[in-house]
Design a protein around this ligand. Structure first.
Ligand SMILES: [Zn+2]
Length: 259
């Protein structure tokens, strides 16, 4: 038996414990929360900011450009891709930015659970459809006052991201199924459940299900890296390696220990 104490202190032993379980497991389930872009030094804004319709795109489009279209991928994302290379993995990302898609991971293994700011939807979600924003963004480049409207009902278009009721999930359904397929087919062989920066903004999306998956799996290890909420539930304390650590410090060390 490995000694998997549930202390959250971040030290070299923890680095090596994490590296060991990753080495021993071919399957890795990854959950990325709001702590990941924060650790990468990205500017994370609350998506439910109250704006008048005419202010909406003037506010959000420059942000989308930065977060989704032009900015270079921060190192921790490519480090994560390197860590997963050669493994059978699946990623659930609660962030609507585009960094994980550009990190080098396989897109078929990424579920953007709360949408993607490069897509648009009708603010009324009248037809349960969403669209790639590109052609509209090009019009905004030429005319800052351009306001995209729904081709069906004429309502203003908004980012296809989760801000509560009316979120159009249509574009993510297939990956949602792939995510559940991955979980359901992870039954006996070793599984690492790697949770990065997932707090309590929407714990029912990643944090609580991950605890359940580990609880129900005979051979799973929860690896939780979190600066604010590193502790796991009591039932998982012998199946978890919890680290009160900055992802930007932890990932390079884990990668190094894997080499
Ligand atoms: Zn509509």
């Amino acid at each position: 038996m490995h000694n998997r104490d549930h202390e959250v202190v971040w030290n070299d032993k923890k680095v090596h414990d994490i590296a060991r379980v990753i080495k021993e497991s071919n399957r890795i389930l990854v959950g990325i929360g709001g702590g990941m872009p924060m650790a990468a030094g990205l500017n994370v804004l609350p998506l439910d900011k109250k704006l008048k319709a005419e202010e909406y795109w003037r506010f959000w489009y420059p942000y989308i450009q930065e977060q989704r279209l032009v900015k270079e991928v921060p190192a921790i994302y490519t480090q994560l891709a390197e860590l997963l290379n050669g493994k059978d993995y699946f990623i659930i990302d609660s962030n609507p930015d585009g960094f994980i898609q550009k990190s080098g991971v396989e897109l078929s293994r990424v579920y953007k659970a709360q949408g993607d700011m490069a897509r648009m939807q009708c603010s009324q979600n009248c037809q349960n459809q969403s669209w790639i924003g590109k052609s509209h963004f090009e019009k905004m480049d030429k005319d800052a006052s351009y306001q995209p409207v729904c081709p069906y009902c004429g309502a203003p278009m908004v980012m296809n991201v989760y801000v509560g009721k009316g979120f159009c999930q249509e574009a993510y359904q297939e990956k949602n199924s792939a995510y559940f397929h991955f979980i359901n087919s992870s039954t006996k062989e070793p599984l690492v459940v790697l949770e990065l920066g997932v707090g309590y903004t929407m714990p029912e999306l990643i944090r609580f299900p991950f605890e359940q998956i580990v609880m129900n799996h005979p051979n799973a290890t929860l690896v939780r890296i979190n600066t604010m909420y590193p502790l796991c539930v009591e039932e998982n304390k012998y199946k978890a390696i919890c680290a009160e650590a900055d992802i930007a410090e932890a990932l390079p060390k884990i990668l190094n220990a894997l080499k």
